[in-house]
Design a protein around this ligand. Structure first.
Ligand code: ATP
Length: 365
């Protein structure tokens, strides 16, 4: 796929707040690209600059080989679906969807055909004559999407589009959004602070923090190989360990001294040397937990510990295991049928936790 939309070294400051700080992004034609980060990290400002509602202090925005940085919003082939949908309450669903084409003074027959096509796409044929107050949250959402798509934008911007919906409806709308995306084939840019939403809908994600992009990658790359502590902690849960390389075993592995823990074996993906400081992340589901000591395996680390807390969460259980006086490690264990025959692990049990040396991730500090 080709790069289609470029943010080139974009910055924007409001008074003393640097909302967007030298952001460069290359987005491909037809992908669902999410901008993910906590409140205030600059996501909306970046989106508003792309839509033309805000001008960058420096940097350029290139869309389909044209520099659109100085174009007014109505001259950009970019449309936005806002969090509150912004539907006209006195107009029917059909009139709301037709609005953009009406303003553009397109022929009546063309407007009718295009609106019918959109109503079919969002499966709202039976609700075309209702007003926004007479339809559900999900239906309002779909109407807002159709109203934005009818102008045939090259890029659809979705700013926290599901924030107003309840959990079940959010899950359904995520699926519907990907189906609509497959149908229309244009680029979607999806802004959210919800990592679950971003993980399930995106081809790629840019994780933002404090106006900067911390990492860009597929959902799996970002989850499995976070580059910074911020990304590791923001996307899912993790355990952090600070230590120092005690020795380099071979081209792939090293051993690490972490104060308060026995020496551990770790995949040395950063090719660190003896004496270097290490900041390590190990996700809770990468640990195994057992009442019996597991069979020895040179690639596995095993530590004895005591269960401090057990939290049943339906599909998995979360265990907090203390190791010595200084460490509490979070472990999550997916439930399987086989576990029904096992003696359950309980509060105060002596356990063994183990993990594969490749499952620790060295992070930039
Ligand atoms: P949220 O998820 O809460 O919407 P966000 O990641 O979209 O947050 P932005 O709305 O882009 O963040 O805001 C980034 C920073 O810029 C924040 O500190 C915000 O207070 C500030 N900011 C945004 N717009 C303005 C403005 N018009 N005037 C002053 N400060 C602003």
């Amino acid at each position: 796929m080709e790069d289609f939309l470029w943010f080139k070294e974009i910055s924007k400051t409001f008074a003393t707040t640097r909302a967007v700080d030298n952001v460069s992004l290359a987005i491909q034609r037809g992908e669902i690209f999410s901008i993910l980060g906590p409140s205030g990290c600059g996501k909306t400002t970046l989106l508003r600059m792309l839509a033309g509602f805000e001008a960058p202090d420096s940097g350029r925005i290139i869309l389909d080989n044209s520099d659109i940085t100085d174009l007014p919003p109505n001259m950009r082939k970019v449309n936005t679906v806002f969090q509150n949908y912004a539907l006209f309450p006195h107009m029917t669903v059909r009139e709301n969807i037709a609005f953009g084409l009406k303003v553009a003074k397109r022929p009546k027959a063309e407007i009718r055909d295009e609106v019918d096509r959109m109503l079919t796409l969002i499966q709202m044929q039976d609700h075309a004559d209702k007003k926004p107050a007479q339809i559900s949250g999900g239906q309002k959402q779909r109407t807002a999407i159709a109203r934005a798509l009818i102008l045939k934008p090259s890029v659809l911007l979705l700013d926290e589009p599901l924030a107003a919906l309840d959990l079940k409806l959010r899950q359904r709308m995520l699926l519907e959004l990907s189906l609509i995306h497959d149908e229309v084939g244009i680029t979607f840019i999806y802004v959210t602070h919800d990592q679950g939403e971003a993980m399930s809908i995106s081809d790629r994600i840019a994780v933002m923090n404090n106006g900067r992009v911390e990492q860009i990658g597929t959902p799996a790359e970002i989850y499995e190989a976070p580059k910074s502590s911020f990304v590791a902690a923001f996307i899912g849960d993790t355990n952090f360990f600070d230590g120092r390389i005690s020795d380099v075993v071979d081209a792939e592995y090293c051993r690490i001294d972490v104060p308060g823990l026995p020496r551990m074996l770790c995949f040395n993906d950063k090719k660190l040397a003896k004496g270097d400081l290490v900041h390590l992340s190990i996700r809770p589901e990468k640990f195994q937990i057992a009442l019996e000591q597991p069979a020895a395996n040179p690639k596995y680390n095993v530590l004895p510990g005591v269960v401090e807390d057990v939290i049943y969460q339906g599909d998995h259980t979360r265990y907090w295991v203390s190791i010595g006086d200084d460490w509490r490690i979070s472990i999550s264990r997916q439930h399987t049928r086989f576990m029904l025959d096992e003696k359950p692990i309980q509060w105060r049990d002596q356990v063994f936790i183990s993990w594969f040396a490749d499952d620790g991730f060295m992070l930039e500090r």
